[in-house]
Design a binder for this molecule. Sequence first.
Ligand code: SAH
Ligand code: SF4
Ligand code: F3S
Length: 432
Amino acid sequence: MSKLLFIQTLGCAMNVRDSEHIIAELKSKEDYALTDDIKKADLILINTCSVREKPVNKLFSEIGSFEKVKKDGAKIGVLGCTASHLGDEIFKRAPYVDFVLGARNTSKISKAVNTPKFISTDINYDDSEYAFGDFRTSKYKAFVNIMIGCDKKCSYCIVPQTRGDEISIPANLILKEVEKSVNSGAKEIFLLGQNVNNYGRRFSNSHEKIDFSDLLVKISDVKGVERIRFTSPHPLHMDDKFLDVFVNNDKICKSMHMPLQSGSTRVLKAMRRGYTKEWFLDRALKLREMCPDVSISTDIIVAYPGESDEDFLDTMDVLEKVRFEQIFSFKFSPRPLTPAANLPMIDDEIASRRLSTLQNRHTQILDEITQKELGKVHRVYFEELRDGFQVAGRSFNNFMVSVKGSEELLGKTLDVKITNPKRMVLYGEIVS
Ligand code: SAH
Ligand code: SF4
Ligand code: F3S
C-alpha cells in the first residue's frame, strides 16, 4: 500500500506548480498517494512564502500544529521560499522538522525524504531543464513554468534571494509540456514566471533565442490550445510588439496583470522598478485603447518608506485613470536581505489609512465596472463546481462567471448572458 502525503501550499502560482512537481516526484519515485487527512499522513509538507512577514509567521504556527497531530513516525518537511531564506534556522526554531528544501531545489525532493535532516537551499541550483513527472491539480487548466528566478532587484522584494537569478526554460521543453497538457485534456495554458515578458534573455545551456511575444505565438499554434494566460509580466518590458501580440492573437485571454507597486515616479525610483508613472499610464491606456474589453489587474504597495501624502495621491491618480478591474494591495512589509529592510517605516496608522482609502475607492470603481456587465454575453470556460448547484468559470477577460448547473458543464466553453452581476462573481444564464 502507498504511503500517504499531506501537502499545504502557501504563496503564489509558482508555489502551486512547485507543489505539483513535488507530488509528481513523490508519487512516481517514492510511492506516495495524496491525503487530505493530516493525521493519517506519513509525510507532511508545507510549501512556504516569504514575500511578507505574515506568511512567515504562519509557517511556524502551522508546523507547530502539524507536530501536535501527526502520527508516530510521520516526517515533516519545509519547502519553498521561506526554506530558501531561513535555511537551518528552521531546524533551530522547530527541531522536529525532518528536512528543509528551498524553492530552487524542488528536483531534490526524493533525496530530501530519504536523508535525515536533509537541507538544500542553494539559490544558484539550476532546476530549469529538469524533467519532472506529471501531476496537475486541475483537469481543465495547466500551469507551465517558462522561467525560474528573477533578475530584477526591486528594493522591497525578497524573491531574488529565495529563487535566485533568472533562467529561461528552453522553448522546446515548454512546447512539449504544453502538448502534454492539452493531450491530457487541459484547454487553458497558464504560463508562469516572475517577469514573463523578459523571457529568453538567459538559458542555462545554448538554446534557440526567442522572446516572450514569439513564444506566445508558438504556444498558440499548438493544436488543442484554446486559451493562454500568463503571470506576471513587468510593466517595463511591455513594448509595442508585446502589446500587439497580446491584443491580436485570439488565443491569448484579454486580461493583463500590470504590477504598478506605486504611482509616484519618485517612489518607483526608490523601489528600483525601472519605469515612471507616465510610462505605466502610457502602456495601460494604450492597452485600453487597443483592446476595449481588456481587464487589467495590479499589485500595489502602500507606505513604502518615505512615501509622502503627495506620492500616495499619485497612486490614487493612477487608480482613477486606469480603473483596474482587480487590485492586490498590501502595506509595505520589511523583508530581510533586501535593500529596504532597515529603512525607517511609515507610521502604521498612516499606512492602514492609505490602504483602506485605496481599497475603498477601488471597491466603488469595481461596483461601477460590475454594473456595466448586466446584459453582456461572455464566453466562459467552466472549471469549478460551487455551492448551491452552481458551476463557475472565467470569461475570456477573466471575470468569474457562475451559472446554475452541474458536472456536465465542466470543461465546456459556452456563452453566458449576465443577469445578476455581483462584485466578485457575475451570475448569468447559458445562451448557447
Ligand atoms: N514578480 C512580480 C511580483 C511577485 S511578488 C512583480 O514584479 O510584479 C507579488 C507581490 O507582492 C508584488 O507585486 C508586491 O506588490 C508584493 N510585495 C513584494 N514584496 C513586498 C513587501 N516587502 N511588502 C509588501 N508587499 C510586497
Ligand atoms: Fe520581486 Fe521585483 Fe522580481 Fe517581482 S520583479 S519578483 S517584485 S524583485
Ligand atoms: Fe511566490 Fe511567495 Fe515565493 S509570492 S515567489 S511563494 S515569496
